[in-house]
Design a protein around this ligand. Sequence first.
Ligand code: CTP
Length: 399
Amino acid sequence: MPSPLEGKHIALGVTGSIACYKAVDLASKLVQSGALVDVLMTEGAQNFVSPLSFRSITHRPVITDLFRPESELSINHVAIAERSDVLIVAPATANTIARIANGISDDPITTTVLATKAPVIIAPAMDANMYENPATRQNVARLESWGYVMAGPAEGRLASGLTGKGRLLEPQQLLGCIGMALGRKGDLAGRKVVVSAGGTQEAIDPVRVIANHSSGKMGYALAEAARDRGARTVLVSAPTALSDPYGVELIRVGSAREMREVLLGQCDDADALIMAAAVADWRPKEPSDRKVKKGKSNEWNIELIKNPDILAEIKGEGLVKVGFAAESEDFLDNAQSKLLSKDLHLIAVNNITAEDSGFAVDTNRVILLDREGGVQEIPLMSKYDVAHHLLDRVVTLLR
Ligand code: CTP
């Protein structure tokens, strides 16, 4: 399964902001995902980063001028507008936003934006006061009303030293925004997909929890892949160290019982539930509301009580249910009985003892079992690619 970015033409407009360095990283990530990246730069941008930096990464000419004879746009000024699958302006200054909002086309970026029929993403980066200024607010609102995607800005520390709204989104988030724009008419468009991720935490006292080794990576990859196929995606996540995926509705929970509550509500109108979370089977029967002191004893026995089986409990007319089976032995037999007892359409079997497909790594290797006795082996690949294989099956089940 090739990356959704493979062979896609992405136009990256870079304008004059200190955040230009993030655009270099974004270009690199796009190229690594197989995209063909045309970089267009304003004069201001060239004060921060050299066109050569982008050229070295993209292996393609960088456009800095509309009229220079060696510029492709001097021969056909709408060439990039026509071939691009997505156009992203990142970072977008207040000045460039104002010019786009007024239909001005006096440089390669504004000309290409004006001429394209592809989705346009604008990722602002500026001082918070400039962003809050009524002129910018109005320009942004205008672009939104025309269907442009405004990606960010985020809140945080700004180049001025102040903290506020105006930071360019991180390259990984911008990549997510591009994936989402490319997949907006994908095979999950109009569907709601609910994904659970991470390992639940069960309180012993206000300081201590019973946790597990789940990193959440498989669930987050599933949510991103569903987003990139056009689904409205809800990610119900137990604690993880991962950053929020762009364009996914993220609901954070702690314990299995909290996860159950949220999932029961979310699955009412969902088309598919993919349960990648490592749900604790047991929780302390009587968690203390004060920190338990060490005391003099050398032993501490904690009585546990069983948690609800969320996946077994959730039922829905037409809801496609997919589970994961974390196994260290008798893989297929154990997974088969979970498939039946939890009334699933599909179960992905994980060998958690393998180093390249267990917890915390970026790759996975699974076996998919279905109700009809079908067995599909998915060899070692990135968790994002595994997610797409699994979603191929979900799409078929939904038809
Ligand atoms: N699951 C769940 N609620 C639980 C336990 C598990 O919804 N209380 C879900 C998991 O998210 C996973 C599937 O059920 O999709 C199988 O989880 P797994 O931990 O492999 O199996 P268990 O049912 O917990 O059985 P065991 O621990 O005995 O292997």
